[in-house]
Design a protein around this ligand. Structure first.
Ligand SMILES: Nc1ncnc2c1ncn2[C@@H]1O[C@H](COP(=O)(O)OP(=O)(O)OP(=O)(O)O)[C@@H](O)[C@H]1O
Length: 268
């Protein structure tokens, strides 16, 4: 089914974001559809993180409207806002696990804080989340400093999943991972989306991720979303940044690898 035929879970309309005289977004529109993985790309400083932060309520936009699950964020009471935010899982660029807590304690923390669970119940659930993200059971008692970069990302993802979110926001989740680790993480995101019915808003620079993982790709350029469509359509868009990004050596390699993979999959 085309993404646009699915229910809309987030609608961003005429969004403006300014910092002093620096205009980051002007009349930005974007929809996120239930169950899709939307990749958000754009040059450095085009406002991908500011957009993510505006939607999850960490940044108050200068103007415009953001509707989440059909409700305007500006019109929510504090309680409604908190309820809405609990339907979000967020994985920030730097993972942000507490270094003084082991993985189990890190993942159990939001459950103890927000769900009033006993420590034993929260840790039981935390073990399940760890397993969901492909981490071995014996990693539960390890501290973040004892883990590889890929494992830290998975643990941070497990924590973001702790409260069974409906929408997962990921800010450059594969940054800093080697290509094999990045590909495995991409696969995990698709598996979790399929298994849990998640909707995913994924900020990335990784062209392989766009081809292998995203149902649609939104390009931020000229202070707005220039295009939001399937990657093949985006790559054909007549825009200097998009052409340089998608048709440069890395973009061509990602497109070629994807097409080769699809061809062999269809032959099987
Ligand atoms: N709190 C803030 N105060 C002032 N300027 C800010 C603030 N947050 C973001 N900006 C500016 O807004 C612009 C967009 O920032 P943002 O981090 O969203 O970019 P980005 O597209 O995510 O970039 P990158 O790909 O490099 O991570 C940047 O110029 C940044 O300096």
């Amino acid at each position: 089914m085309a993404a646009s035929q699915l229910p809309t879970v987030i609608e961003v309309e005429n969004l403006d974001n300014r910092f002093g005289s620096h205009v980051v977004h002007k009349d930005l529109d974007l929809n996120l559809f239930k169950g899709e993985i939307l990749g958000v790309v754009g040059g450095s400083g085009t406002g991908k993180s500011v957009l993510l932060r505006s939607i999850v309520g960490l940044h108050k936009p200068s103007d415009g409207r953001i509707r989440v699950f059909g409700k305007d964020l500006n019109e929510l009471s504090a309680v409604e806002r908190s309820d809405t935010e609990q339907r979000f899982g967020v994985l920030f660029q730097r993972g942000a696990l507490f270094t003084s807590l082991n993985l189990l304690q890190n993942i159990a923390l939001p459950l103890i804080e927000h769900c009033d669970l006993s420590r034993a119940d929260a840790e039981e659930l935390a073990r399940m989340k760890l397993a969901l993200t492909g981490l071995p059971a014996d990693s539960a008692l390890k501290y973040p400093s004892e883990l590889s970069g890929g494992m830290v990302k998975r643990a941070a993802l497990a924590r973001a999943l702790a409260m069974d979110p409906e929408i997962m926001f990921l800010d450059e989740p594969t940054a800093g991972l080697d290509p094999i680790g990045a590909a495995a993480f991409d696969k995990l995101i698709v598996t979790l989306r399929d298994a849990l019915g998640l909707t995913v808003f994924l900020v990335t620079h990784d062209l392989d991720t766009l081809y292998t993982t995203c149902d649609r790709v939104a390009v931020l350029s000229q202070k707005k979303v220039l295009v939001a469509d399937r990657i093949e359509k985006v790559a054909a868009t007549d825009d200097a940044w998009i052409q340089e990004y998608c048709q440069g050596p890395r973009g061509r390699a990602a497109s070629y690898a994807f097409r080769a993979h699809e061809t062999s999959r269809l032959r099987e």
